[in-house]
Design a binder for this molecule. Structure first.
Ligand code: GLA
Length: 730
């Protein structure tokens, strides 16, 4: 790993183990993108890729044609108003109302380590392991704006981490209308664009389309990263598979509004940008103030999507998730939401806890409905006091009862919200996000609290902390169940209203930071109506995120495939629920539901007291499997073997130990077929020279046979059947 500056060639070279990233400074001091790809031992000749001596002309040679130059130059950080008509990263308005900004290089620094980003989640170096950061400083002297382009690399990762810091060095405020975090200008005319799209209960399905002329986006202006689109985009060479093809990916470490955009220009060059969505955004940067963008993780893979996934998984496990639970076995939990919804009391929860303990479950999580007078979803958010009609003796009594059954205890909160029917709203109607004079839109009968107000952050923080201090609580599910409308803050002055969406997210981060600081042993799971805020930003605070409200085993295959494209399995909240499934009405076997949930954090979301004796026995067996494979699933390398989204019949994934000593393969036959033969499944990531034994049998296989030949999986009778195969090196 190294970052160097070749002064003679005017090139910065960032080298990870397998990847190089090259940046050039053109004669006119524009900062250009030269290369991101397979590692280069030296960068000689690379400067020519900036094409500064090719038509369209360089401005110094022909001032008249500067616009043509600007519209073709591969910028590292494009700005608007000076001739580059492609999608910019930065748009700034001056106090005089002008919107021109042009950045030129003024200096740079190469520093050891990686500075954190104040108030924002960010990747960090591992203790004792090397990291380096390049900070390129550039400025527009006319408007007095300085920008610092930051690039970091870690010795054990092939990712390049980018962010930008703006500093107003003028005497007047600057109005930042758009400040994205990263840009990649490339020269391929035929990329495909991969994004993750969906809806509530149908999150993160993989969507692939040609990156044709024009602009293609993935974005959210919903206040959160959203169920609908994901802060991720990748450009793929045509035909890219799990193992072959080139991938250029960007993933945003942020939980609010975002824009990922890919544009194919008139010269067939392709630009991909990513950052905070400019819609509804404006930041007033007063003299000598600075603005820090969130960071973008950039990954290049020359071995298809699989390598991209594993680079991201390792980066997030090694450099983003801070929780002490990261490498620990998570308790097998049972959550009462689908078991009881709002209708429960201490006796019901104790009964669940009792049967859960007998089956081997380790924690009871009490979901929505324990506070205020919340017997439906239409009241009490904001009133975080225990409903003693349901829970006599309050939380201490309930927690002791659950602990007496032998389980630890977890609790649900939705701290960022307020119900119109709540004491909090009656006392502080101005604390809700709203535009005075307009009736704000309700969603799930609730409003969003204005977290740009410090007193609201303090209030919410104290409410949650007070409950956690009151009893022995090991786990919190932090929910967020509505998206933004009627954006307005009665706290911020008119000129700063455009800061609300970002200030809100900074408030969320501050709240969670305070929470995990005061309760360092707490296991925090984020959630937003299922997976509506499943993003790298939240991983900085919680080691796991609830994947989706859809717990149907078949729907989950697509959701978990899309999620595992980017995230380690250890952070995908996945539970076994009752059938027919409450969302899609489908019935799948108990065994298959278990096998699918074992691909995530694993737990239960059902009324265990209503299960049959046989089903309770199956719970016990599934928990044995969890204890057996949990470490491997959490720490291993993930390989996608087959996708039923593509083949419409079966799904298959594998997790191999990093030392190749074992691998677990999950195979789901989604649809049975008539007169079909055994299916050949080829494993990946094994030791080709070693022999492996299939657990539970005397069958042995050479590693190469498993990888190149495969293993046969017999067809099973009926739909939604599954198998888990465990291979152990002999
Ligand atoms: C959201 C969550 C669910 C559950 C409910 C409670 O929808 O995703 O798991 O907690 O809220 O209201």
């Amino acid at each position: 790993m190294s970052i160097t500056f070749d002064k003679a060639a005017n090139i910065f070279q960032l080298n990870t183990k397998a990847v190089s990233y090259l940046i050039g400074i053109a004669d006119e001091k524009y900062i250009g993108h030269i290369y991101f790809g397979k590692k280069l031992d030296n960068c000689q000749g690379g400067y020519a890729l900036l094409r500064t001596d090719e038509k369209p002309f360089v401005p110094s040679k022909n001032e008249r044609d500067k616009a043509a130059f600007a519209d073709a130059f591969p910028y590292e950080y494009p700005t608007s108003g000076a001739g580059d008509y492609r999608e910019p990263c930065l748009s700034v308005r001056t106090a005089q109302g002008c919107r021109i900004c042009e950045l030129v290089y003024t200096g740079h620094e190469i520093i050891d380590g990686k500075p954190g980003l104040y108030g924002l989640p960010s990747t960090f170096p591992k203790e004792g392991a090397a990291a380096q950061t390049l900070e390129i400083t550039c400025e527009d002297a006319y408007i007095g704006l300085k920008a610092v382009l930051c690039y970091s690399i870690f010795e054990d990762s092939d990712a390049v981490i980018r962010s930008v810091r703006l500093i107003n060095e003028s005497k007047e405020p600057l109005y930042i209308e758009r400040v994205l975090s990263a840009c990649m200008d490339m020269d391929d005319e035929s990329f495909e664009m991969l994004t993750l799209t969906g809806s509530w209960a149908r999150e993160r399905h993989m969507t692939r389309c040609p990156a044709a002329y024009g602009k293609h986006t993935a974005s959210s202006v919903r206040g959160c990263s959203s169920h609908q689109e994901h802060p991720f985009a990748a450009l793929l060479t045509p035909g890219t598979t799990q193992d072959t093809g080139e991938v250029y990916a960007m993933h945003f470490v942020y939980s609010g509004n975002f824009l990922a955009l890919c544009q194919k220009s008139q010269y067939e060059s392709v630009r991909m940008v990513m950052g905070i969505h400019p819609e509804g955004f404006e930041w007033v940067l007063d003299p000598w103030e600075s603005f820090q963008t969130p960071e973008v993780v950039c990954v290049y893979s020359d071995q298809g999507l699989g390598k991209m996934s594993r680079t991201l998984h390792d980066l997030y496990r090694g450099h983003l998730i801070r929780s002490p639970y990261l490498h620990k076995k998570r308790p097998v939990l049972i959550n009462n939401w689908e078991a009881t919804y709002f209708e429960f009391d201490s006796d019901k929860l104790a009964a669940i806890a009792k049967d859960a303990k007998e089956a081997g479950i380790e924690m009871l999580v009490m979901d929505d409905g324990w506070f205020g007078k919340r017997n439906l979803d239409d009241s009490s958010l904001g009133d975080w006091t225990v409903n003693e009609e349901k829970l006599p003796g309050g939380l201490p009594a309930l927690v002791e009862r659950v602990k007496a059954e032998g389980l630890s205890f977890g609790i649900w909160f939705e701290p960022e919200m307020v119900s119109p029917d709540s004491d909090l709203f009656r006392a502080h109607p101005d604390w809700a996000i709203q535009v005075p004079g307009r009736i704000p839109t309700q969603s799930r009968a609730q409003y969003v609290l204005d977290l740009s107000r410090p007193e609201v952050v303090d209030y919410v923080c104290e409410c949650v902390a007070k409950i956690l201090r009151s009893a022995d609580i090991s786990y919190v599910k932090w929910d967020m169940n509505r998206q933004f409308t009627d954006l307005g803050s009665t706290f911020l002055p008119p000129k700063r209203q455009g800061e609300l969406p970002h200030r809100y997210i900074l408030g969320v981060y501050e709240l969670q930071e305070r929470l995990i600081t005061e309760f360092p042993d707490l296991l925090l799971e984020n959630c937003a109506s299922g997976g509506g805020r499943f993003d790298p930003g939240m991983l900085y605070y919680s080691p796991q995120i609830w994947c989706s409200d859809d717990t149907d085993a078949v729907e989950r295959l697509a959701i978990q495939e899309g999620t595992a494209l980017l995230y380690p399995l250890s952070c995908m909240g996945a539970h076994v629920s009752a059938c027919p499934n409450h969302i899609v009405g489908r019935s799948t076997s108990f065994e298959t539901r278990g096998h699918v949930a074992l691909g995530g954090t694993f737990g239960y979301e059902l009324d265990i007291t209503k299960l049959s004796v046989e089903e309770k026995e199956m719970v016990k067996k599934q928990i044995v499997l969890y204890h057996q494979y949990g470490n491997l699933v959490r720490e291993g390398d993930y390989y996608r073997i087959a996708s039923w989204q593509e083949n419409h019949r079966y799904d298959c994934w594998e997790v191999a130990a990093k030392d190749q000593s074992e691998a677990v393969v999950t195979y789901v036959q989604v649809l049975a077929g008539a007169n079909v033969r055994s299916r050949k499944i080829r494993l990946k990531g094994l030791d080709g020279k070693a022999m492996y034994r299939l657990e539970g049998t005397e069958k042995t296989f050479g590693g190469q046979v498993l990888m190149y030949g495969g293993v046969l999986i017999e067809p099973q009778e009926g739909d939604y059947r599954s198998k888990v195969l465990h291979f152990i090196r002999m």
